[in-house]
Design a protein around this ligand. Structure first.
Ligand code: BV8
Ligand code: ZN
Length: 257
């Protein structure tokens, strides 16, 4: 940890990329764990696709609305707050997330690169008109309920979740910004991701090839273990506050608690 603390204190630009594990301690199941109830007989990779939505919009919309309700009920955890504290301490900071919840924004970040979109930005699947979802869902989708998507106010087409599905391309502008940050930063954190989904999983590799110190925070091994300089084995909500405290003292973490 000492070498990493010294690196952090001297860093000009720190980039952090989070995955579902960063929201796990907020009670939001990780992507692979989100398949309970009705959806347990599906593979997430199968449901998170345009084909699944075309085949059975109510099944897919119900799954996303259930996940949106969980995100609305969740609170940022100590890991989210430690990342926000770090952002306030380094000269330049880039936050990249694969997650579709808004817990980083609620921990205080105003610029989050959402590589895979957001649960909170549904849009018409036909004319792309943004749709404003009610804060509470009338027929709240208990785990495992189908829910017909609303109709677009303008063209009547089915509203879809504002996420990037498998087989869909990421927003070019967002991906470019993330790739530039990965190629320019001194330290690249990969927090709570199984490092399996591309092109997100390429970002720590870009950082490493550009000479950045790559740090992984994950209780389990992932494909990134072999190339990360530091593998901090454990929960983000424990490891990150400890690291921020070691680098910048208690007032840094207090500011973020
Ligand atoms: C594209 C939104 C192409 C939806 C998501 C073969 C090789 C390479 C690539 C491919 C391939 N076959 C197909 C592809 C492409 C595909 C892909 O990468 N597939 C993978 C499965 C192999 N990628 C795509 O399709 C992308 N698009 O490539 O377009 C293209 C090009 C031109 C023209 C047209 C098309 C789009 C990918 C985006 C998919 N959408 N999300 C939704 O959320 O429902 S990705 C989805 O999966 C999640 O958002 C999340 O990002 C990802 C899951 O990954 P993780 O975040 O890592 O979550 P996971 O549960 O897996 O792991 C959690 C980790 O946390 C674990 O390691 C665990 O140990 C750890 N953890 C647990 N608790 C904690 C913790 N860590 C810290 N603290 C804790 N407390
Ligand atoms: Zn429309």
């Amino acid at each position: 940890m000492d070498e990493l603390v010294a690196t952090l204190r001297a860093a000009r630009h720190v980039a952090v990329m989070t995955g579902a594990g960063a929201s796990a301690e907020s009670g939001i199941p990780t992507f692979r764990d989100a398949m309970s109830g009705l959806w347990s007989r599906f593979d997430a990779l199968e449901l998170a696709t345009p084909e699944a939505f075309a085949r059975d919009p109510a099944l897919v919309w119900g799954w996303y609305e259930w996940r949106r309700m969980m995100a609305l009920r969740a609170q940022p955890n100590a890991g989210h707050r430690a990342i926000a504290a770090m952002a306030a301490k380094v000269p330049r900071f880039t936050l990249i997330t694969q997650n579709v919840d808004d817990l980083h924004e609620r921990a205080g970040h105003d610029a989050v690169l959402h590589l895979h979109g957001s649960l909170h930005r549904p849009r018409c699947s036909v004319c792309a008109l943004p749709h404003v979802s009610p804060p509470e869902i009338p027929a709240e989708p208990r785990n495992g309920r189908r829910l017909a998507p609303p109709a677009c106010h303008r063209c009547g087409g089915p509203v879809r979740p504002g996420v990037v599905w498998f087989g869909e391309i990421l927003l070019e502008r967002t991906l470019r910004a993330a790739q530039l940050a990965a190629g320019e930063c001194d330290v690249f954190f990969s927090v709570g991701t199984s490092s399996q989904v591309y092109p997100a999983a390429q970002l720590p590799q870009i950082a490493q090839h550009a000479g950045a110190v790559v740090v992984q925070v994950n209780p389990d091994r992932t494909a990134l273990d072999d190339s990360a300089r530091h593998n901090l084995r454990g929960q983000a909500g424990e490891i990150l506050p400890r690291l921020v405290r070691a680098a910048w003292g208690d007032e840094a973490t207090a500011a973020a608690s």
